[in-house]
Design a protein around this ligand. Structure first.
Ligand SMILES: O=c1ccn([C@H]2C[C@H](O)[C@@H](COP(=O)(O)OP(=O)(O)OP(=O)(O)O)O2)c(=O)[nH]1
Length: 155
């Protein structure tokens, strides 16, 4: 069973009241990066490649003008996934309607931090810094242990 947006909002620092949706809470884009060197995924270890932060164009609010390609985005909200739960982030449908998407993985019970996702831009798009790009939903889940990995407490 998935929790209501109002209940999910209790586990998010920095979410506006406007961000609370019936079934989840919207997440905003705080920073955009382009990867500049290879990462590593091994059997026992891993590393994330270097990145260069994309500057938004000036203005109030600043706007990212993104050419087609892959970008790492950092969310503006700090999430905490409660025990007995699992989280997922889904793209805002307006991204899909504009030939773009947000690719995401599983958010483990016990994880806390400002997470990151992969923004895939299929057609040039403009996105305001601080705009809503995805929605965090949380479902009840059994699990053994809680998240204690390298990304705990990130950002
Ligand atoms: O799209 C996502 C999905 C998850 N997370 C956060 C929450 C999750 O609990 C944590 C670790 O994710 P995962 O377990 O998939 O990463 P890993 O590469 O297996 O790292 P680790 O070895 O630390 O588990 O990253 C994100 O920031 N973005």
């Amino acid at each position: 069973m998935f929790r209501s947006g109002a209940s999910v909002a209790d586990d998010i620092d920095g979410a506006d009241d406007d961000a609370v949706q019936p079934n989840g809470v919207d997440l905003t884009v705080a920073a955009v990066f382009e990867q500049t060197s290879p990462g590593y995924v091994g059997r026992d270890d891993k590393s994330v490649g270097d990145r260069s932060e994309v500057d938004p164009h000036g203005g109030d609010p600043p706007v990212y003008r993104l050419e087609p390609g892959d970008y790492v985005v950092r969310y503006g909200e700090r999430l905490a996934v409660p025990e007995d739960s699992v989280g997922f982030v889904l793209p805002r449908s307006t991204l899909l309607r504009n030939s773009c998407t947000l690719n995401t993985a599983v958010w483990d019970a016990g994880y806390e931090g400002r997470g990151e996702g992969l923004l895939q831009v299929g057609h040039e798009i403009e996105i305001e810094q601080g705009a809503r790009i995805g929605q965090f939903v949380v479902a009840d889940a059994d699990h053994e242990g809680t998240y204690d990995g390298a990304y705990q407490g990130e950002n």
